[in-house]
Design a protein around this ligand. Structure first.
Ligand code: 13P
Length: 341
């Protein structure tokens, strides 16, 4: 195992003042996002949009790494520089989503298991050749009155651990993402109960598969009230509860935790991250690995109009700056907060 390199990569992913851009939507998801702003989804429109974010001047000041999709890691900037090469030259780590999606879990109606282990060793070796230095695998856990089941949690935790071990063997840092969905009518108490159980299972399996925790980045959900719950926990409560849960279950050897945004508003995603960093006193870095909370604003600003590229880049950089400030617990004081509010 390339231990020193892996640990250095993991630390660079969660470096001070920076976070990760998740630009790894599957073609199906990206098509939905593009069509919502009136843009036809083609390989070229997907390349154009992602390229404008990657090439925004100064992105590297706030972005430590970019997670790409299989199509994206093989694409290039307008002047023909392969995306991974361009990003690496800017000092941004190229990353790659390697799971093949959440599929129905046999025998467990309403639940999924994330697939993609078959052939993963060979795919990781190709991605490493293409410049990939870290990877992502997202498990999806849904809360409902009698969900999740133990069977679903166990299957997903096992797959995450097998993926993580294969990544490290290939010299690639695994982002371990067990996402407990924020959708639903559940309370914040229930989110805490389920997230705690899921993370316990995941860290048990990581130990069982001999994964080096110093070279893992955890990508969890925050503990929020389900979006349809009539009682919504406030920013401070979300921050405190999330840290209480993480302190209980995440070993101090893990270098950093990079949260997903999960459909929260841009403002909320930044405010929660800021509040957690303001509380601090934790053994890991706390940063972001946002998709929607970074990408939605530039996508709206661009809407497929080539004359709006500069506006879209400005919108992207503003979100990146806000979250980079939040990642240091300095969002509330930042001028950007005024601009976004
Ligand atoms: P969101 O921030 O939109 O939840 O996406 C992050 C991600 O990568 C989900 O896998």
């Amino acid at each position: 195992m390339h231990r020193a390199e892996l640990e250095a990569t993991a630390q660079a992913m969660v470096a001070d003042g920076k976070g990760i851009l998740a630009a790894d939507e599957s073609n199906a998801t990206m098509t939905k996002r593009l069509e919502a702003v009136g843009v036809e989804s083609t390989a070229e429109s997907r390349r154009s949009f992602r390229g404008l974010m990657f090439t925004a001047e100064g992105a590297a000041d706030h972005i430590s790494g970019v997670i790409m999709y299989d199509e994206t890691i093989r694409q290039a900037t307008d002047d023909g520089t392969p995306f991974p090469e361009f990003l690496a030259n800017e000092g941004i780590l190229p990353g790659i989503k390697v799971d093949t999606g959440a599929k129905p879990l046999a025998g467990f109606p309403g639940e999924t298991v994330t697939e993609g282990l078959d052939g993963l060793r060979d795919r990781l070796s190709e991605y490493r050749e293409l410049g990939g230095r870290f990877a992502k695998w997202r498990a999806v856990i849904r809360i409902d009155s009698d969900l999740p089941t133990r069977g679903c949690i166990a299957a997903n935790a096992q797959a995450l651990a097998r993926y993580a071990a294969l990544c490290q063997e290939a010299g690639i840092v695994p982002i371990v993402e067990p996402e407990v969905l924020m959708d639903g009518g559940h309370t914040v108490d229930r989110s805490e109960e389920v997230t705690t159980a899921v993370l316990r299972a995941v860290f048990g399996e990581l130990a069982g598969q001999r994964v080096l925790l110093e070279a893992v980045v955890l990508k969890p959900n925050m503990l929020v009230s389900g979006y349809d719950c009539p009682e919504q926990a406030g920013v401070e409560e979300v921050a405190e509860r999330t840290l209480v849960c993480l302190r209980r279950v995440v070993p101090a050897a893990v270098p950093g935790i990079a949260f997903l945004s999960g459909g929260q508003s841009d403002e909320r995603a930044a405010a929660h991250l800021d509040a957690m960093n303001a509380i601090g006193n934790v053994p890991w870095e706390l940063t972001f690995s946002y998709g929607r909370a970074l990408v939605a604003a530039p996508l709206r600003a661009w809407s497929g109009d080539t004359s709006k590229v500069a506006d879209a880049q400005a919108a992207f950089l503003q979100r990146a700056r806000c979250n980079a400030a939040a990642r240091m617990g300095a969002y509330a004081e930042s001028m950007e907060h005024e601009l976004v509010a």
